[in-house]
Design a protein around this ligand. Sequence first.
Ligand code: ADP
Ligand code: ZN
Length: 210
Amino acid sequence: MKLILLGAPGAGKGTQAEVISQHLNIPTISTGNIIREALKSGTEMGMKAKEYMDSGKLVPDDVVIGIIKDRLAQDDCSNGFILDGFPRTIPQAEALDRMGIVIDKVIDIEVADETIARRVSGRRVCPACGASYHVDYKRPAVEGVCDKCGDTLVQRKDDHPDTVRERLHVYHEQTEPLKSYYAAQGKLTIVEGQEEVADTTRLTLAAVEA
Ligand code: ADP
Ligand code: ZN
């Protein structure tokens, strides 16, 4: 199964991607995580992406399209995959179509902007393995420590309030049009994000299996 998860920054795409990934045994491809990895290893691509990312802007299409092309060509993607954070613009979706990749389903997780702002401020991430937590909704077993690898959790620079406002603006302007793009292809299912993560998960898995 080839799936796309759509939704505003902080809507919970990453969390849902993880559940579906285990359920269907297919990898999650997160462009955000790939870019952050590149940044950590100090590659040229990473350095270029940094200023866009830190200011809440999108990294240029040609950069992310290149990343996705390479990543989807790897062996573990042959039985399907979940795209988390790609496409984020119409040209990125068109590039995917041009690569001959036929997406089965697009699940859009809808969360109100006010809720997003509140959630994102509580998000904490693991700089080592990319795992994501929340101070209220998804706490690690030991406060401030990654369950998976034991590293110290941090707040992403782009999760600070001003940057979040910019990211929401960019989302509405550039990413939200993808809903009509995929609705026109008959692939879109909308999931209303719930207060409890487990409730959203139930709805998301139902959408995957529908
Ligand atoms: P979130 O889903 O919480 O916004 P991500 O980790 O997916 O966070 O993305 C963080 C940042 O990485 C984005 O704000 C953007 O700068 C960059 N990025 C990730 N994916 C893309 C993409 N498909 N196109 C352009 N920029 C991207
Ligand atoms: Zn970790």
